[in-house]
Write a protein that binds this ligand. Structure first.
Ligand code: SF4
Ligand code: FE
Length: 481
């Protein structure tokens, strides 16, 4: 396994082409806006070397028998699925941000079982190609970005009917040695902190969309790929040089538009090319795993938010009020409900034909559906308890000012004995998670990440087995005996 330092260095060796606020960036690793997101991924390497977290952060590869980072592992049991969620909660607690590496883990687990079933039915050789890649990924301890979401253009039209054919990523040429692809993937979490990218189609497709049913891996800095970095609320505070107003000094997440400008992919890296009948199950399984993931990562960030809120109440002198205590209980109840769903869909998982374990899809979708709601309520309660000062407070520069600094100290003092600076720090942290850069990961991503709410409702309808429930009622009611 790579050390955190080796991980950072390995990114520095890459040749990323990244645009940020209209400029081509020289060195993403050390860019003040990007670096906190790199620190979050780095934490997945750091904790893997810490003996107290070895059980969660590492696993034994079923391919080599070696110890690998769990992010590179295929789940071999329901216990592995449960440990995955616990690992994600831990990392959410340690970073209070999106640590990005889960998308690759979820992608390899989905691609594994789907390519196995594809080969079994069609006689293709995608699975062995995939296993060859996975072997290297485990040996090298790569961070892989699982990339699914296309820009999608007109949502009422299928990929091949779009006015612009590039609105879904597609194959433009098949050659003897490989394929040429063009298009883009949007909202790509952690792309610029990844060594490789694993591309998957974004929706179930029909025969006419064959050029769009494509899955492959390629180095994240491959010729012809470039990125346009996503803007986040309050991101330029990171350019100010202070460490209070940013809310989270060290960690963050990122998303980017990933553009493929006629990129060559050799056949050995292609895992689907035209098999439209399998694109639906690949989407369903990847989404299922990622909906499970949210029952871990968002809960860990929620733990930090609840802790910060309780501290804000302490510093305000309001901690003993019964309504404050009750609101903290409610936040905890909601957060643990999310965790319960993450654990439940894991414990109820089952083995697929390839040997890799899949979560219970109904429960994973229920998990994510709750995630589209509960973090909003948790954030609302956090803002209620924090008070309006969270958004009206002067800046760190005012606090540090030789003259007005004393005024800020004096008038923003809460309970005596707690420095005003501590109160400012905790309020900025709450602001960061609910409204600032981390709100991408905690709030809007809770809504749309791993699929928007309606996508889960479609799956819940499909998996809910209403007919069986009707039969249960008929049996009890004595109908049709
Ligand atoms: Fe991992 Fe959560 Fe970020 Fe997805 S949103 S990559 S599950 S931390
Ligand atoms: Fe996500």
């Amino acid at each position: 396994m790579m050390t955190p330092e080796q991980y950072e260095e390995s990114l520095r060796q890459m040749n990323f082409k990244v645009y940020l606020q209209g400029e081509l960036i020289d060195n993403p690793v050390d860019h003040p806006i990007i670096r906190p997101s790199m620190n979050s991924v780095k934490m997945t390497y750091k904790l893997a070397h810490d003996p107290q977290y070895a059980d969660l952060m590492t696993a034994t590869s079923h391919l080599s028998g070696e110890t690998v980072n769990r992010f590179c592992h295929l789940h071999q049991s329901t216990e592995d699925l449960v440990k995955k969620v616990k690992m994600q909660r831990l990392l959410g607690q340690k970073t209070a941000a999106c640590f990005q590496r889960c998308v690759g883990m979820d992608a390899i687990n989905a691609v594994d079982s789907v390519t196995f079933e594809m080969d079994d039915k069609l006689g293709t050789e995608y699975h062995q190609r995939f296993i060859k890649f996975l072997t290297r990924m485990q040996e090298e301890d790569w961070t892989v970005d699982g990339a699914m979401t296309d820009p999608k253009g007109d949502r009422g039209l299928s990929p091949s009917r779009q006015a612009d054919p590039d609105l879904f990523l597609h194959v433009v040429e098949k050659r003897q040695d490989g394929i040429i692809v063009r298009g883009a993937k949007a909202h790509q979490t952690g792309a610029i902190n990844s060594h490789w990218i694993l591309i998957m189609p974004t929706i179930a497709m029909s025969k006419e969309d064959a050029d769009y049913a494509v899955s492959f891996v390629c180095p994240a800095d491959e010729a012809g790929i470039f990125y346009i970095y996503g803007r986040q609320s309050c991101d330029t505070r990171k350019l100010e040089g202070g460490d209070i107003d940013v809310g989270n000094r060290q960690f963050g997440g990122h998303e980017a538009l990933m553009v493929f400008d006629n990129v060559f992919i050799p056949w050995e890296n292609v895992f689907m090319c035209g098999e439209t009948e399998f694109s639906g199950s690949l989407v369903e399984r990847f989404a299922g795993y990622h909906r499970q993931s949210y029952g871990g990562c968002k809960v860990g960030v929620g733990d930090v938010l609840i802790g910060a809120t309780a501290l804000a109440a302490d510093y305000n002198g309001a901690a003993k009020a019964s309504h404050i205590k009750d609101k903290l209980i409610e936040m905890t109840h909601l957060n643990e409900t999310l965790y319960s769903c993450g654990l439940a869909c894991s414990a109820e998982g089952h083995k697929t034909a390839s040997g890799t374990y899949l979560i219970d899809l109904l429960l994973a979708n229920v998990c994510k559906q709750n995630v589209t709601r509960f973090p909003y309520e948790i954030a609302r309660l956090a803002e209620d308890i924090a008070g309006g000062l969270m958004v009206t407070m002067p800046s760190e520069k005012d606090l540090r000012h030789p003259v007005i600094g004393k005024v800020v100290e004096k008038y923003f003092q809460g309970v005596s004995g707690v420095p005003t600076e501590a109160r400012m720090r905790i309020l900025r942290l709450i602001e960061n998670i609910t409204l600032g850069t981390a709100a991408v990961g905690y709030r809007t991503e809770s809504m749309h990440g791993a699929g928007s709410p309606q996508a889960q409702r479609i799956m819940i309808a499909r998996q809910g087995n209403l007919e069986q429930k009707k039969n249960l009622a008929k049996a009890i009611a004595g109908i049709g005996e």
